[in-house]
Write a protein that binds this ligand. Sequence first.
Ligand code: KIV
Ligand code: ZN
Length: 517
Amino acid sequence: MGNKDKRIYIFDTTLRDGEQSPGVSLNNDEKVAIAQQLARLGVDVIEAGFPIASPGDFSSVSRIAKEVKGPIITGLARANEKDIKRAYEALKEAERPRIHTFIATSDIHMKHKLCKSKEEVKEMAVEAVKLSKSLVDDVEFSAEDASRSDVDFLCEIFTSAIEAGANVINVPDTVGYTTPWEFGEFIKAIRQGTPNIDKAVISVHCHNDLGLAVANSLAAVRNGARQIEVAVNGIGERAGNAALEEIVMALYTRRNFLGFTTNVNTKEIYRTSRMVSTISGMNIQPNKAVVGKNAFAHESGIHQDGVIKERETYEIMNPEMVGISSNKLILGKHSGRHAFKLQLNELGYKLEGEALDRAFHKFKELADRKRDILDEDLIMLVDSQVLGSVDETYKLKHIQTSSGTNITAMATVGIEFKGQVLEEAACADGPVEATYRAIDKIIQIPVTLNSYRISAVTGGTDAQGEVVVRVLFEGRTFMGRGLSVDVIEASARAYLNAVNKIVKAYPNLITTSVVKE
Ligand code: KIV
Ligand code: ZN
């Protein structure tokens, strides 16, 4: 790995910076599932989390370190002994562990946040790298807010960090402030002003506050950076990070001009994007480059005519290259297991044995309620098996609602809990609220609904509704997702999915006192 190579290393931070997106909170199983998919996608480095941040973060980084093979697994640590040792504890069983330590280097951060002088910061950085290097072979050092730091100081601290053993030096545009021209020159200046730079890889980590994260990262690459830090669907702190799919497809599509390669299997991009969106509950905007619903949709007559005559007239990328199948086979209630499996394979899912049986059973259930099963339905169906891995402490048995223009809405809900079906009814202004009130009466856990979103999985009046809710419990946010052709049922399922996650996270919670033991 060197700064003269033509190979770009993709460092994915979906599970660390991405998880810092407002409202996103993933449980361990979900993080491991995403990490496994990132490995299948072919990223070089997975930043699995920030182990000191919470016991949950520690255990998810440890699990990923143990279970996910292939990529380098890294964890974030501030430049202090406690963070670094905790990161090491979480990472030590990884095939290829990396400690990623950081400290801020801009005047503004050093003065107001750290209250430290340049000399103190440099010393802390060197000590942090030395300690990390004594624990693992692979160490990345980041200068937080680098793009607003004095470049001479940055060169000085990078020189010392490399001397202390850093293999990668990362230049974050923490606040998304830079522009491609400046950032390209900035990387060039770092290369020229850091005498031992050839002993380390230059990495960049760009935020998207001005919508320039991808452009800034590419400008950096043209000036010597060889690792790009990205997140799937561009999620991350505030406006997010450089989007993995945009960076990879820009490098691939313009390879003749840019001259770089990555190790990513582009055909896994769409599936990864859908999975992260489903699990995180963060919708992908329809016009999102590469993975948005409209990314390959041609609306105007002139464009449609052109594409029919020759795809390249208006398409610079082939949708199949990112894993969007052109084979729009529609399945239905008479479709057999073989066709179902083939279509899943076409979509990139290789299910066998019990997993295939479960998915096929769900497919048949859905086909009883929805005539045409489209690719989007299948993707949702399979992806929700990952979410289904949350134990269903509370399981929806039945639901009945009545509502109308001039009547109070009413809901009766039955939930299975410890082998008994508990039933309650409630009234409210609308049927969803009435349903949630009835559920609250049964579960007796003080949760607060923070947000509720509903969308259709496909077009058509028989489309399935997907509901995503966020509920608050003891200051923590839990996301729940529910899917059904009946939107009230989807709403109930989403709410219970979130509640089941709470129960999993707080196993000692006193639940449902109405149950007679
Ligand atoms: O944005 C940032 O500066 C970061 C660092 C910790 C790499 O996320
Ligand atoms: Zn960041």
